[in-house]
Design a protein around this ligand. Structure first.
Ligand code: C2E
Ligand code: CA
Ligand code: CA
Ligand code: CA
Length: 278
């Protein structure tokens, strides 16, 4: 028993060590990526389920690694949050998303809001509001074409958050709760924040097809969201069956592979071009 205890301990420390050096490598790499412009945005359309029209676009960051190719944000966002790199990274994303949206408007595509993911740590950073104002003035993008997606976890530091969200709202930016239903918040708490929209998490949208309760949870979220005057959008829509269910239950906007994967800018522009003829 003693021996196996020792082995476990060694296994554990080795694992810890392996993890931390891998992390350090990733952290250094990410720093370099920021300096050397190895980041890119991909864009995923948000679709009006009745008309098929593109009514919004979400910007999703990618790391274009010189050797490893495209690295998903799932692999580096949480590390960026831990190390604070999310602040410059998030700023890069916001600037580029806003510039791109303005450029699309100048090309004559129908103006639509761009959704940008904002981490809690980024939101609560002292200069956040100033940097948002700076981006708006640099790009000359109207704030109504910016939508910030934040997760329920921001509700935890509620006083400070409410203040910041209020300032964003005042600027004219819309606010969405991302991954709704997965975090620790009640709808009654949400009422105290100036939220415009909730985004039903993919895990619930999955349930529409895969579970026997046939999306009871999704229906409940849609109804509660609407009762509180929020817009409701479903993420991770992969099947026509989900579209039908969502429409039947009053959710009119969806995003997911059923419509399009996140696309590089050129391919997104082709979709926006078709969208003009609606
Ligand atoms: P998210 O905000 O929930 O974004 C949705 C994720 O689901 C995206 O993954 C998207 O590609 C994927 N997705 C969309 N539709 C479908 C579908 O129908 N099926 C499946 N299986 N997946 C779908 P992605 O791009 O890998 O991003 C992962 C997460 O990384 C995002 O989740 C978001 O939390 C974070 N993230 C991405 N870009 C940024 C950013 O610029 N800033 C911050 N703070 N976080 C970001
Ligand atoms: Ca999101
Ligand atoms: Ca989401
Ligand atoms: Ca999600």
């Amino acid at each position: 028993a003693k021996d196996s205890g020792k082995n476990n301990y060694q296994f554990y420390t080795n694992q810890l060590h392996g993890l931390s050096s891998r992390k350090m490598e990733l952290e250094n790499g990410l720093r370099k990526a920021l300096e050397q412009n190895q980041l890119a945005l991909h864009y995923q359309p948000q679709i009006h389920l009745e008309t098929g029209e593109i009514i919004g676009v979400e910007a999703l960051v990618r790391w274009i690694h010189p050797e490893k190719g495209i690295i998903s944000p799932a692999e580096f966002i949480s590390l960026a949050e831990e190390t604070g790199l999310i602040v410059p990274l998030g700023k890069w994303v916001l600037e580029n998303a806003a510039f791109q949206n303005k450029a699309w408007q100048e090309k004559g595509y129908s103006p639509i809001p761009m959704s940008v993911n904002i981490s809690v740590r980024q939101l609560q950073e002292d200069r956040f509001i100033d940097s948002v104002k700076q981006v708006l003035s640099d790009t000359q993008l109207s704030p109504k074409f910016l939508d910030f997606e934040i997760t329920e976890s921001v509700m935890q530091n509620s006083e400070k958050t409410a203040l910041i969200l209020g300032q964003l709202k005042e600027l004219g930016i819309t606010l969405a709760i991302d991954d709704f239903g997965t975090g620790y918040s009640s709808l009654s708490l949400l009422k105290h924040f100036p939220i415009d929209k909730i985004k039903i998490d993919k895990s619930f949208v999955d349930d529409i097809i895969h579970h026997s309760n046939q999306g009871a949870m999704v229906k409940t979220i849609i109804d509660m969201g609407h009762n509180l005057q929020f817009d409701v959008i479903a993420e991770g829509v992969e099947e026509q069956e989900q579209v039908s269910f969502l429409l039947k239950n009053g959710c009119k906007v969806g995003q997911g592979y059923h419509f399009s994967r996140p696309l590089p800018v050129k391919e997104m522009e082709e979709l926006l071009h078709k969208n003009m003829r609606h």
